[in-house]
Design a protein around this ligand. Sequence first.
Ligand SMILES: Nc1ncnc2c1ncn2[C@@H]1O[C@H](COP(=O)(O)OP(=O)(O)OP(=O)(O)O)[C@@H](O)[C@H]1O
Ligand SMILES: C[C@@](O)(CCO)CC(=O)[O-]
Ligand SMILES: [Mg+2]
Length: 387
Amino acid sequence: MQIKECIVSAPGKAILHGEHAVVHGKVALAVSLNLRTYLRLQATSTSKVCINLPNINTFLSWDVTALKQLFPDSGAELGNVNELDAELVRMLRDFVGVSNGTLDTRSMAILAFLYIYLCVFAKSGELPSLTVSVWSELPTGAGLGSSAAYSVCLAAAMLSASGTIPSPLSDQENTARWGEVEMELINKWAFQGERIIHGNPSGVDNAVGTWGGILRYRSGKITALSRVPMLRILLTNTKVPRSTKVLVAGVKDKMNKFPSIINPVLESVDAVSCTCEQTLTEMASDTPTPEHYNVLEELIDINQHHLNVIGVGHPTLDTLCRVTLARGLHSKLTGAGGGGCGITLLRPGFCMKRALSPVISTSGMEVSGNNGLVLEERGEMLPQLSQ
Ligand SMILES: Nc1ncnc2c1ncn2[C@@H]1O[C@H](COP(=O)(O)OP(=O)(O)OP(=O)(O)O)[C@@H](O)[C@H]1O
Ligand SMILES: C[C@@](O)(CCO)CC(=O)[O-]
Ligand SMILES: [Mg+2]
């Protein structure tokens, strides 16, 4: 089978408000970051499928013939883009020797890769030999959507290499984006990858990884916010490892145990997201005022308390909030919490270096307007993708 080689990249994200509540049908506001995951897919004639994942120190290969035995007579029936094929996931777990419920970083990444590879290529009738290499600027498992950026890249590369979606590159361009129909399909397959890694994702992270920009997300409905002010947001990585899957499951347990206590908290998070959206729209229409910033800061504090109530805080995140508050700044966790990253809103004119650098280790990251999934011609933007 002749496959099309490609290089794709997708951004990570920060959630302003609505993490966890969004899993239960509430609104989330999320924004793409200028930190990306890159994937190179190369055709080979080795009769092997190879994956190189340098961020997680994983380099593996399988014989195509062994993988072929995993799918039944008709590959076309394998994996529906709208739902996870639990039987195939079970077979893949047996194939790679992974137990159900594993949280192992490598196992999840491998399962997501093999699942998308098998489903996409089985539909086109043949499993090709290829090498996929993924490298990311995002910290893995720190709340910045690394799993979603990984899944979006996998989905885009497999769909493109198999010829399921056409290449949007023209002779004159080195980079290009797919059209809406292709993006929708990429996003759906990426969501299946997220399901393997997360268990019960809302879909907000893969939506931002696919489309980029600032999105409002609720129950699968994605709305790009076109009128938003320029915000300066500081990201701090507590470096405390955690698993999104475990944290999401923990919130569900709390909801089951105390529905009349937790459900109103999630309703309140929804109202925080809506009020934030309204305030951002006002700020974009008029000149942003100190009063607007007061509202944004109060919303951050309220939400951070809510996130602590539902059990996804961490002492290091409390420290971030305390240290930044001592300098007049307001912070909350972002993503699944339990460690990982926090965001701090910076007012215009705030001098970050003087006020914060001796106290906490931070990385200033640009919150970008529109930097979704991209297909590249030659990989000139690849920072250091290993072969
Ligand atoms: N560069 C990468 N290479 C291989 N696997 C990756 C990479 N980035 C992410 N992953 C996979 O995603 C998992 C981390 O996903 P997880 O959802 O727990 O964290 P996150 O996506 O960074 O944070 P959040 O979901 O809160 O935004 C890793 O265990 C690994 O399986
Ligand atoms: C915690 C969560 O709300 C955000 C993780 O970035 C999970 C999800 O929406 O899938
Ligand atoms: Mg994730």
